[in-house]
Design a protein around this ligand. Sequence first.
Ligand code: 13P
Ligand code: SF4
Length: 354
Amino acid sequence: SDPALVERARAAKQALGDRVFVLGHHYQRDEVIEFADVTGDSFKLAKDAAARPDAEFIVFCGVHFMAESADILTSSAQQVVLPDLAAGCSMADMARLAQVEDAWDALVDAGVADRVVPVTYMNSSADIKAFCGRHGGTVCTSSNARTALDWALAQHGPDTKVLFLPDQHLGRNTAVLELGMSLEDCVVWNPHRPDGGLRPEQVRDARMLLWQGHCSVHGRFTGEVVDRIRAEVPYVQVLVHPECRHEVVTRADLVGSTEFIIRQVEAAPPGTVWAIGTELNLVRRLAAAHPEQRIMFLDKTVCFCSTMNRIDLPHLVRSLESLAAGRVENVIEVDPATAEWATVALERMLSLPG
Ligand code: 13P
Ligand code: SF4
């Protein structure tokens, strides 16, 4: 990266000192991660954001829903800055509040809503998290999806159903691989159809109502690619994120959140051969940090998460320099009514065991 920009970032961060705390998601560019005070997956960063109540500014190098969660979990005196306001998430955009409310009304009409617990993946807007808080549900991340589903399914006895938002893959993979449900226990709710595109008996019998959303990066890995790499690369260990399709995770050796993926690589002996199915910035960084292992990207035709990559060094420099000059730009502020219920859902998640 441009040495002049690196120097400007360093100078602005130094001038701000303890007033600023920079969080970096593992999918961020190297040039940004270099300036992060902490790095983590969504779960770790949600906790880390709350761990520095003395910092006036939290600069969140990640995407919009993460910055919203940081705003909710930090004190009102702290301001959360997202260096590029266009850093959204296509998956989070697949569940809009009005659509979720319509789906809920359909579940009320079907006579099942009193047995449904809504659980939203962290990758959702604050108003979806608030919806879950208001309706007795919770939030989960890819690190604690199993614990959150265990909790949710125990809320109304054996007939409890979960409405899982917005990532159908994380919902299905967790239910089937970790909770031992069958694929038939899981049905997909199509938000573009008033009845979810489901027959009444499907809604009645399902245990998991999976919102029809997916990650545009992880959703691109296929089972065929896993089969091909196994045929071509002897002793390869396939390590993937649970946002991948079911056909991918069932063919993988190991499945877990980005923190889990990092832990597996860090604990592996020299000479281990990996094909990793997650965001490319993280895979490249792992490969550079572990030359004693052979680390490949699962599919060379899949590229970076374009919205994560919007946060680059020029945007970070702009944020840090404007804060140092007394201007607070790109503040993410969740409105108090939404924040109140989203807090309920997020705190339920943070109080889950593990
Ligand atoms: P985790 O950080 O929970 O692994 O989620 C991955 C992701 O896609 C974040 O946008
Ligand atoms: Fe959203 Fe997928 Fe990008 Fe994560 S990797 S921010 S889920 S589009």
